[in-house]
Design a protein around this ligand. Structure first.
Ligand code: MRU
Length: 353
């Protein structure tokens, strides 16, 4: 079962559930050109690492869908420009670059075909990325559910759920699977300033799915841990380097430090499309900085002097030593991550051969 149709192809257009309007309004954007997808990603109408990749893949399809079936040069210019524009939307999530690379391969692998057929091949590739993501999330869920206690009281940050993926979710997928296994799951959701993905999206998604969920402000996490209210922390990831450092929504690192202090296991759930084996460690991950207005305002209300200086990194990096287990669709990985992830990489490479 898919919890939400975050991004879908529909009759030559892409439908995106506008996450900037949740939970107040359920608005489906209908997008017909790649620049519409570029805007939707930049303004977070679609967000969450896997969902960004899926939307970008469909953006490539849109860029050529209505193009002439005889002008080959024009077709390639359009597709390559779309790939470049989509790459420039958000820098941190590896899934975006992974998906665009898949689309580039689908394009170059079918160049000898008529343009009409290449369009269909690109659509097939984008649909494949979407369907594959749902499948990966299900597998992550199964592996992760085994790790959850029978009575799981779990703290999560941002939104790593159905809304952030093709459906089902990574971190929240683990909670769904744990519940399906008969475990009792109770969730604390950090609100996740500045854009409130936890308050607006995670609580909405979990309530819709019948979970017991409690919203807390980000600065309440330490108290919740100290009071013994949680026995696990689980988050998603935007990029994981080959030593196991994890980039995720700003505030994740602080949670990991708090979890260590309180002896609470800190789990990261992510598909392999989030891994960047080219990067040795988290210092090399590009961290997006966003508009200062997001911090000066709470929703649409100004809550600070309008000219105050602001620092607004959208992500932080949790060092590998604070991570208990990384949960993927290929199984779970433990410390030392340099070793366990090198083994994973070796297996992936030999499967490709
Ligand atoms: O800025 P966002 O909302 O795109 O950030 C999302 C996150 O940080 C998620 O935790 C991450 O992408 C994993 S989603 C499965």
């Amino acid at each position: 079962m898919e919890q939400f149709a975050t991004v879908r192809w529909h009759d030559g257009k892409v439908r995106i559930l506008d996450q900037t309007q949740l939970p107040n309004e359920l608005i489906l954007l209908e997008i017909s050109d790649h620049s519409g997808i570029v805007n939707a990603i930049k303004k977070l109408s679609v967000r969450g690492a896997p969902a960004i990749g899926i939307a970008a893949a469909f953006g490539v399809v849109l860029s050529v869908w209505n193009a002439s079936d005889i002008d080959r040069t024009g077709f390639l210019v359009k597709a390559n420009k779309a790939i470049d524009d989509l790459k420039a939307t958000r820098p941190t999530a590896k899934n975006l670059f992974w998906a665009l690379n898949k689309m580039r391969i689908a394009l170059s692998g079918n160049l000898n075909k008529p343009l009409k057929e290449i369009k269909l091949e690109l659509l097939k590739a984008a649909q494949g990325i979407l369907e594959d993501d749902i499948d990966r999330c299900r597998k992550i869920g199964k592996f992760g559910a085994e790790l959850m206690p029978m009575r799981a009281n779990v703290l999560t940050h941002c939104n790593a759920g159905a809304l952030a993926t093709g459906g089902y979710g990574t971190a929240l997928g683990v909670l769904r699977a744990a519940r399906e296994m008969g475990k009792k799951v109770q969730v604390y959701a950090d609100e996740t300033r500045p854009l409130l993905q936890g308050a607006r999206l995670t609580t909405f998604e979990l309530l819709e799915d019948g979970f017991d969920v409690t919203l807390i402000c980000d600065n309440m996490a330490a108290t919740v841990m100290k009071q013994g209210l949680v026995n696990a922390v689980i988050v998603g990831a935007d990029r994981i380097t080959r030593n196991g450092d994890v980039a995720n929504k700003i505030g994740t690192y602080g949670l990991a430090v708090l979890a260590r202090q309180h002896n609470i296991p800190f789990y990261v759930a992510a598909p392999l499309s989030t891994f960047d084996f080219d990067l040795a460690n988290g210092d090399e991950i590009p961290i997006e900085e966003r508009d200062p207005e997001e911090v000066r305002k709470f929703g649409s209300s100004l809550v600070a002097p309008e000219d105050v200086k602001v620092y607004n990194p959208a992500f932080d990096v949790t060092p590998n030593e604070l991570v208990e287990t990384i949960i993927t669709e290929e199984g779970v990985f433990k410390k030392p991550f340099e070793q366990s992830l090198a083994e994973l990489k070796k297996n992936l490479d030999s499967n490709l051969k």
